[in-house]
Design a protein around this ligand. Structure first.
Ligand SMILES: CC(C)(COP(=O)(O)OP(=O)(O)OC[C@H]1O[C@@H](n2cnc3c(N)ncnc32)[C@H](O)[C@@H]1OP(=O)(O)O)[C@@H](O)C(=O)NCCC(=O)NCCS
Length: 189
């Protein structure tokens, strides 16, 4: 698909790579966990500035690794300085957690994603779309008919992002480690 004028503008302004130069791949065991934690802290900083306490915005490396290893983790990467691979986005599919799940996540045929974040300077270029498409494709492959997620209810811009992508409201949910109510959304695959 040709880039939109907004995307072309972004590339001209920042010299950032177009989405076609982004690779989406599975997490590998020697991927740098600290880089991922820091990327998540940067991506979730606007929610933290709103007074929210998303886990991904404040978790330590041990928690990042634990979450990555208890899910199917996909990374978006680009060639950084000197050709070195740079991680610019992340998403987790079907994370196992040690806390109670919303009822909808437990239904047969429902997959769910979490810890979705893109490097702030590279947002709005389609990297999130690439990660979501890969996650949706993998959920279908696993036999899911629905792909669900949990998001902070006060983040209305984020809600608009998911509305536009065909996700609908299912139920409210309170995670024990956050200070806000969450919305469970889902999309029929
Ligand atoms: C949600 C998130 C992962 C999306 O990643 P992304 O790479 O920006 O996604 P895309 O480029 O595919 O789409 C971004 C959309 O926002 C629009 N947008 C407009 N201005 C933007 C801006 N300044 N920054 C980012 N996106 C912008 C884009 O045009 C695009 O909309 P459209 O495709 O509907 O036209 C990213 O915004 C993020 O990391 N957010 C913070 C963490 C978070 O809230 N994660 C979700 C938790 S449930």
């Amino acid at each position: 698909m040709p880039p939109t004028s907004r995307q072309s503008e972004a590339h001209r302004d920042t010299g950032t790579p177009p989405p076609e130069q982004v690779t989406v791949r599975r997490y590998l065991i020697d991927d740098p966990v600290t880089e991922i934690t820091q990327l998540l802290h940067r991506a979730y900083a606007p929610q933290v500035e709103m007074g929210l306490k998303p886990l991904a915005g404040r978790q330590d490396d041990k928690t990042t690794l634990d979450r990555v290893l208890n899910s199917e983790c996909f990374l978006a990467t680009i060639a950084g300085e000197g050709g070195r691979e740079r991680i610019v986005g992340i998403i987790l599919l079907n994370e196992h957690e040690r806390v109670a799940f919303p009822a909808f996540f437990l239904r047969p045929g429902v997959s769910h994603f979490a810890m979705f974040g893109v490097e702030p300077g590279l947002q709005g270029l389609g990297i999130g779309r690439r990660l979501l498409e890969r996650t949706e494709a993998r959920a279908r492959e696993l036999g899911a008919q629905e792909l669900a997620l949990s998001m902070a209810e006060p983040d209305t811009n984020l809600r608009a992002y998911y509305d536009k992508r065909g996700y609908r409201f299912i139920e409210h949910w309170q995670w024990p480690y956050t200070n806000y109510r969450s919305c469970i959304l889902s999309k029929t695959l």
